[in-house]
Structure formats: C-alpha cells, structure tokens
Design a protein around this ligand. Structure first.
Ligand code: FEO
Length: 170
C-alpha cells in the first residue's frame, strides 16, 4: 500500500506530466503558427508521449490501491522567441521533470517502497533519453543559426518522428 505522502507525490507527478503534455501541445501550436510543420509534428508526438507517462503513474497509483486525485492544470505559455527558443524551453522543462523524478526516487528510497522505486527506474531511463533527444535538436538549431535552408532541413527531419510505444515497466 502507498503511504499518503507517496500517494500525494505521485498525484502531483500526474499533474506535472499532464502539464508537460499541455506545454508541448502549446509548442506544437506555436510551431505551426510560424510555418514549421515538422517541428509542430514533433511536439504533437511529444505531447502524446507525455500522456503515456500520465497513464503509467495513473495506472500505478490505482494498481497499488491508491486514490487518483486530478487537479487543475496550469496554462502553458503561448509563444516563444524562435524555433531555438522553443526547444531551449523544452530542454529546461525536461531537466525540471528529471529533477522531480529524482526527488520521487529519494522518497521511495526513504520509505523503503520497492515497487515505486522499480516504476521510477523506467522514468529515470526515459528522462535520459528525453533530455538527450531535445539537447541534440537544440545543438542542431544552434549550428543552423539564421540559415533558412538548414532550418527547413531540420523541420523535414523532425516531421518524420513516429510515436514510440512505451515499454512496460511493470
Ligand atoms: Fe514525462 Fe518528458 O517527461
């Protein structure tokens, strides 16, 4: 059974993952508005991946006999300064999520909650991948600078992203 502290922390993480999905959907809308359809597609997929994260925590809390409490989701920003700016914001957000996952791991350790610790290992690995993929795009955008053809090449590449089904942690 989940401790009430852990249940609260996991519910808070459900909200944070929902916000991630919402944020990336807002980024998708921004990219489409500035005619970067490939970038927009990439963020739409990212938004869907975040919903998979939501459901992993959601199902886990229920599987442990806990109570899911859905709370209001903060409104994300609606605009960013540039394609580079939007990906820099995405990287900062993923680092923030990584730090949240780290705190959950510490709580699971402190409580000797092995099942939650096992679930969180999937997220620890996922965050390494998420940060690495966004960081690569930030670096490519810095290389592209103000060269439109380079930006369009990245846009074309990002437009080919497909949703990767999450492997089960349980
Ligand atoms: Fe669910 Fe991108 O962290």
């Amino acid at each position: 059974m989940l401790s009430s502290k852990m249940q609260e922390a996991l519910n808070s993480q459900i909200n944070a993952e929902y916000y991630s999905s919402y944020l990336y959907l807002a980024m998708a809308a921004y990219c489409e508005r500035v005619d970067l359809k490939g970038f927009s597609h990439w963020f739409r997929i990212q938004s869907q991946e975040e919903m998979i994260h939501v459901m992993k925590f959601f199902d886990y809390v229920l599987d442990r006999g806990g109570e899911v409490t859905l709370t209001a989701i903060e409104a994300p920003p609606t605009t960013w300064p540039s394609a580079l700016g939007v990906f820099e914001a995405a990287l900062a957000h993923e680092r923030h999520i990584t730090s949240r996952i780290g705190k959950l791991v510490e709580l699971a350790n402190a409580e000797g909650d092995h099942p939650t610790h096992a679930l969180l290992q999937w997220f620890v690995n996922e965050q390494v991948e998420e940060e690495a993929s966004v960081d690569t795009i930030v670096k490519q955008l810095k290389m592209a600078g103000d060269v439109p053809v380079a930006l369009l090449m990245i846009d074309r590449e990002l437009g080919q992203r497909t949703l990767t089904p999450a492997t089960d942690a349980s």
